[in-house]
Write a protein that binds this ligand. Structure first.
Ligand code: FES
Length: 429
């Protein structure tokens, strides 16, 4: 056999020689100099990896568009003036974490990308969905839709301050709410609640463009008809998809012809599920909707195996007291000592507040991405103290729980605590 024109030599490895490989390797590693090995700038795998998985992306707002339901869609393009010449590719269903510096404190929030994966690519790749002339952003773009949340510091900040030309920092695309043909069925029932339609908009576009190969029946729940986001686009996509995309609107506060009424239940899913079994169910939306689906889906006439049910990152519980394993605190507030690189902080954290939220408002530059317990990016060493982490948000590796690591984004104090928190590498804004 030849590789790169060179004939490979056959080497016989006896069992005893095989057992020596590891100790030999350890000896070589121990003898190696302690200094970093410099990779030549020309080493292509490194530059390729950096462009596919950048630690962060400098972006600029190129366009804003008001949508129903106090929601604004922002188009983000790479900010070449700060060194980002292109965006990282992503899979439909992923999110970016947006950094916002408010009154000297750094906050980060995940928002699903609602544009198509091919729109993130530079036009020169030739993979753009339509002619280059149609797109004003030749270096690619992401779109995110931000709903103004009641008491939502970051959504309020974005709505008030972001306009064309605003510069910001976002993470590379992240998240596991994506279609995987080896695991998922070829028919997917998508359940969206409110602004939870955003990852599905990206999937719909990807199906139409041919970069995703599955059929999608979308059950989209909104309060009123006027709250429906992307209605025309979704109907247009369904009309030209040759049956691969179907959209059913479910209104909770209005009864109208042509719409389902109420909440999305097992009955609604069974009514519109494709004839072919099994199908996958993907759901994105408010925590209350996902909680209700957890109870509803097992009632399906033909229940689905766990692997066919996928929920988007769901944030912290809306009301942590309703979690089935909730542990009541002994006090209302706790003191948390935080080491953050060379800095030390002593902060107060409410019993019903997550450690990450308390750190953010106290000026600790702590890393985070999903804020749902699942990405592990906020992984922090617990020095002392006790805590409550809802089982529904505890996605730690077993070794982490055994060796005292926590995910502060979904952890609540239950005593005074001491933490060693890594410093976020993402610039502050
Ligand atoms: S931010 Fe993802 S696990 Fe905490």
């Amino acid at each position: 056999m030849k590789i790169n024109g060179e004939k490979l030599k056959k080497i016989k490895v006896s069992a005893s020689n095989f057992l020596k490989i590891l100790p030999e390797r350890v000896k070589k590693i121990m003898k190696a100099p302690g200094s970093d090995v410099k990779q030549p700038a020309s080493y292509k795998p490194n530059s390729l990896a950096a462009s596919l998985h950048p630690e962060f992306i400098f972006a600029e707002v190129a366009e804003t568009r008001e949508l129903p339901g106090s929601t604004i869609m922002y188009t983000l393009v790479p900010d070449a003036s700060r060194g980002t010449s292109s965006l990282a590719p992503f899979a439909a269903g992923q999110y970016v974490s947006v950094t916002a510096e408010i009154d000297g404190c750094v906050y980060r929030r995940p928002y699903s990308i609602c544009s198509s994966p091919s729109e993130a690519l530079p036009a020169r790749t030739g993979l753009w969905p339509v002619a280059k002339s149609v797109h004003p952003y030749p270096n690619g773009f992401y779109r995110i839709a931000v709903k103004l949340q009641e008491g939502g510091k970051v959504s309020e900040f974005i709505h008030k301050t972001w306009q064309k030309g605003t510069k910001t920092v976002i993470s590379a695309p992240e998240g596991l709410f994506t279609y995987e043909p080896l695991r998922d069925a070829s028919n997917v029932v998508g359940i969206a609640g409110g602004v939870g339609i955003t990852p599905f908009r990206s999937m719909v576009k990807a199906i139409l463009e041919g970069s995703e190969d599955f059929s999608l029946t979308l059950l989209y729940g909104a309060r009123r008809e006027s709250d429906i986001l992307f209605r025309e686009e979704l109907d247009g996509a369904a009309a030209c998809s040759e049956g691969r995309i179907k959209v059913v609107y479910v209104l909770s506060d209005e009864q109208k012809e042509g719409f389902e009424h109420g909440f999305i239940t097992a009955e609604t899913v069974a009514k519109y599920a494709p004839g072919e079994y099994p199908y996958s169910v993907f759901a994105a939306g408010p925590d209350a909707m996902l909680k209700s689906l957890e109870n509803e889906l097992p009632k399906l006439p033909r229940p689905l195996r766990r692997k066919f049910v996928r929920f988007d990152a769901r944030g912290v519980p809306q009301d942590v007291k309703t979690e089935p394993d909730y542990t009541a605190p002994s006090r209302e507030f706790y003191t948390v000592k935080v080491r953050n690189g060379g800095a030390a902080f002593e902060i107060t954290c409410g019993a019903g507040e997550t450690l990450l939220s308390a750190m953010e408002r106290s000026g600790v530059n702590a890393p985070s991405l999903c804020k749902s317990g699942e990405c592990g990016f906020c992984h922090t060493k617990l020095i002392s103290g006790s805590y409550y982490m809802p089982a529904s948000r505890d996605f730690r590796r077993r070794a982490d729980s055994v060796y005292g690591y926590i995910h502060p984004c979904c952890t609540y104090p239950r005593s005074d605590m001491e933490l060693d928190v890594p410093v976020a590498k993402t610039p502050r804004a």
